[in-house]
Design a binder for this molecule. Structure first.
Ligand code: OGA
Ligand code: NI
Length: 341
């Protein structure tokens, strides 16, 4: 068993070379692709823009083409965005012991801090990131389980979670309408388990050998991401493209739960994170997840004899079981979820 110290990438800021356990197998090396072109075509949607129905069209088209879009004029203030980025950076800059203590207050274990992934112990190769994760629950009852350090953490993160809950609902209303469903289709259990994740990708001595996150699709309905610099890449038409960091914009993407509910009208896109040797990178990710007992299935209104349901009807807990047992491998997972194979 490695000492905990050595598990934390952030305590390696002075390493001169990539430790062997973090070197990806050659077929996964991002290699020269670290500096892939930015995808300039991913639509940037102005949420105060051309009117509700035009915006819905823009978003639906973006998802069908890229699985991704960015939003501006989303209603979250610049001050709150900056404060949230700063508490995230301050958290990850704390001594290891503090990070562990501050992330261990929730007796249910839903607030956690780890390096690489939750599955560190069983991974063959690790990823170059640390993550703090907890429910995006802004209730007074949950506040006591959130970190107290950095000092403004609870105050800032509570406000951020409240704003993101509202933003998530607006985007999901638009997606529901875009699919031809009732505006409130996603209200309730489908969206009542949102989760917040603070990712820290320390600078890496050799980014060509490592990944911050493997190529994956999210489990969520939608994910909303705040990123401070380049590193996120999306796979499109056989190539990797960078998702451009735009000041104060959020990146939105579709996950498996939405893919299943929409009966593949909206598909999740493969994405990954590369590291860099210039500076640490920080992101804040908000995942809209269903509660464990909620049934995930193609919306009945989208299915008919011409468009039969493509996916099984399962609880979100069952879905997550498959997500982990297939190591989130898209091909294997879709085989398990699919009705037609
Ligand atoms: C994720 C993710 C991207 C990033 O956490 O699922 O894709 O840039 N994050 O941190
Ligand atoms: Ni992701």
């Amino acid at each position: 068993m490695e000492p905990v110290d050595q598990k934390l990438v952030s305590s390696w800021y002075d390493v001169q070379s990539v430790p062997q356990t973090f070197v990806q197998p050659p077929e996964k090396w991002p290699g020269k692709d670290i500096d892939v072109p930015l995808c300039k075509n991913i639509p940037v949607v102005d949420l105060r823009g051309p009117g509700w129905s035009r915006t819905i069209e823009q978003i639906s088209e973006a998802i069908q083409e890229f699985g991704f879009f960015q939003v501006i004029n989303h209603g979250v203030s610049k001050k709150l965005i900056d404060d949230t980025m700063n508490v995230s950076k301050d958290f990850h800059a704390m001594p290891r012991k503090d990070k562990e203590t501050e992330s261990s207050k929730d007796p249910s274990g839903r607030c956690k801090f780890y390096t690489s992934s939750e599955n560190y112990a069983n991974e063959e190769v690790h990823y170059w990131r640390d993550a703090l994760v907890h429910p995006a629950d802004s209730s007074e009852n949950y506040m006591q389980y959130l970190p107290e350090k950095p000092t403004r953490y609870r105050q800032v993160v509570k406000a951020f979670m409240e704003e993101f809950r509202k933003l998530g609902s607006v985007i999901l209303e638009m997606l529901a309408e875009g699919l031809g469903l009732n505006k409130d289709f996603f209200n309730g259990g489908l969206t009542e388990n949102p989760t917040l994740m603070f990712n820290h990708y320390p600078l890496c001595p050799d980014p060509s050998l490592t990944l911050g996150l493997k190529a994956h699709r999210d489990a969520s309905l939608i994910s909303i991401l705040l990123q401070d610099s380049e590193g996120l890449q999306v796979f499109k038409d056989g190539n990797w493209f960078g998702v451009e960091p735009i000041s104060d914009a959020f990146v939105v993407n579709i996950g498996y739960a939405m893919q299943m509910i929409s009966n593949s009208k909206f598909k999740g896109a493969e994405h990954r994170v590369v590291t860099n040797s210039r500076d640490a990178r920080t992101t804040v990710a908000y995942f809209v997840y269903p509660t464990n007992e909620t049934i995930i299935e193609p919306a009945k209104a989208l299915c008919n004899p011409v468009n039969p349901p493509l996916y099984k009807s399962i609880t979100f807990a069952e879905f997550i079981g498959h997500f982990y047992s297939t190591a989130a491998d898209a091909e294997k997972l879709l085989k398990v979820l699919s009705l037609t194979e």
